[in-house]
Ligand binder design. Structure first.
Ligand SMILES: *[C@@H]1O[C@H](CO)[C@@H](O)[C@H](O)[C@H]1NC(C)=O
Ligand SMILES: *[C@@H]1O[C@H](CO)[C@@H](O)[C@H](O)[C@H]1NC(C)=O
Ligand SMILES: *[C@@H]1O[C@H](CO)[C@@H](O)[C@H](O)[C@H]1NC(C)=O
Ligand SMILES: *[C@@H]1O[C@H](CO)[C@@H](O)[C@H](O)[C@H]1NC(C)=O
Length: 303
């Protein structure tokens, strides 16, 4: 890094270290100990997590290079901790504290994005009123993302977890809540995502009621029974849907295609004309007026 070319105390390539770093390059985990600094004005405290006395040495690791931190200027060591302040060009990367050649702990110094980010990057969905729901972060340019309940992923609480991206670049998270499906929901769920792109740190919070993210899976089984000139269609809700179904009822919509002219119609009633070639069904929760599920695959019928 440019910033470090002016001080080159003890710089050497440490290829072996790279393999043990949760590096910020490629397919990585979210670093445990993240410290965020605002450009130009910020101050950050990097703590050395150890019981050993104060005589520790701080080093900086980035892009496979490791060098001693030169105290003075923007760096001040107080006891075993390191203050970083008023950096013109933030010296982001991994800092580690050492004692007698042993690496004690490390912290990632990242630059605060200082921007409001749209919460539309996070989309959440519950397949039922059970205790879990799913959130997707759909932006593959971020190298690491963690997500959890609450307004932030502050270190002490460790409420957020990270996942590796799926092959298409999405990050998908399973979250648990403790809301009762039998009570009126009065508190919004807060979901916070923290993401890193290059060496910049982003935080976003999204809030919603569970009822607003209910989206059933498509029905698991559709059967038809002849009834005079009609078909009586029975629909079995998705296995992921809440039970008992008498309490957690679903509305079903049937779409069918006439045999003779190929026209299609939709019906909210289970009774549909018999002279059709195929039909498909989707469901929604009428109580919260959820979005419709995906359609089932077409079912071909001959009567
Ligand atoms: C602290 O470390 C420095 C350099 O490694 C060494 O010279 C000094 O004796 C140490 N002091 C104590 C109290 O261990
Ligand atoms: C993710 O983003 C891509 C392109 O930005 C889009 O095509 C895709 O539908 C999105 N997926 C989800 C689950 O939102
Ligand atoms: C994170 O949340 C805790 C507890 O609510 C709060 O004390 C702290 O200031 C928050 N940190 C940030 C950076 O928002
Ligand atoms: C249609 O089928 C369901 C169950 O399969 C049954 O409960 C219902 O009574 C039937 N409707 C009519 C009009 O027969």
């Amino acid at each position: 890094m440019m910033v470090f070319s002016k001080r080159h105390l003890s710089q050497w390539i440490l290829g072996f270290l790279l393999s043990s770093l949760p590096g910020l390059y490629g397919n990585t985990s979210f670093p445990d100990n993240v410290v965020v600094i605002k450009e130009n004005v910020g101050t950050a405290l990097l703590t050395c997590d150890t019981d050993i006395g104060d005589n520790v040495t701080w080093r900086f690791e980035r892009d496979g290079l490791i060098e001693d931190v030169e105290l003075g200027g923007e760096f001040e060591q107080v006891g075993r901790d390191l203050w970083v302040s008023e950096v013109l060009s933030p010296i982001t990367g991994q800092y580690s504290c050492w004692f007698k050649g042993k690496r004690l702990s490390s912290a990632y110094l990242l630059l605060d994005a200082e921007e409001e980010y749209s919460d539309s990057l996070i989309s959440c969905r519950a397949k039922s009123y059970s205790c879990t729901f799913t959130c997707i972060w759909n932006q593959s340019e971020y190298t690491a993302v963690r997500l959890g309940l609450g307004r932030n992923c502050s270190e002490g609480e460790k409420t957020c977890s990270w996942v590796a991206p799926l092959p298409d670049g999405e990050f998908q998270f399973e979250l648990a809540h403790s809301l009762s499906p039998y009570e009126e929901e009065s508190q919004m769920i807060h979901v916070t995502a923290e993401a890193i792109i290059e060496h910049t740190f982003f935080r976003m919070t999204k809030k919603f009621y569970l009822r607003d993210i209910i989206l059933p899976d498509s029905p698991q089984k559709v059967t038809c029974q002849e009834l005079g000139e009609n078909l009586n269609v029975s629909v079995q809700p998705a296995s992921s849907w809440s039970t008992p179904h008498s309490y957690f009822s679903l509305d079903h919509e049937i779409e069918y295609v006439y045999k003779d002219d190929g026209k299609s119609e939709r019906s909210a009633s289970p009774l549909i004309p018999k002279r059709i070639s195929r039909l498909r069904v989707r469901s929604r929760d009428p109580l919260v007026l959820s979005a419709w599920s995906q359609w089932t695959p077409w079912k071909y019928v001959t009567y």
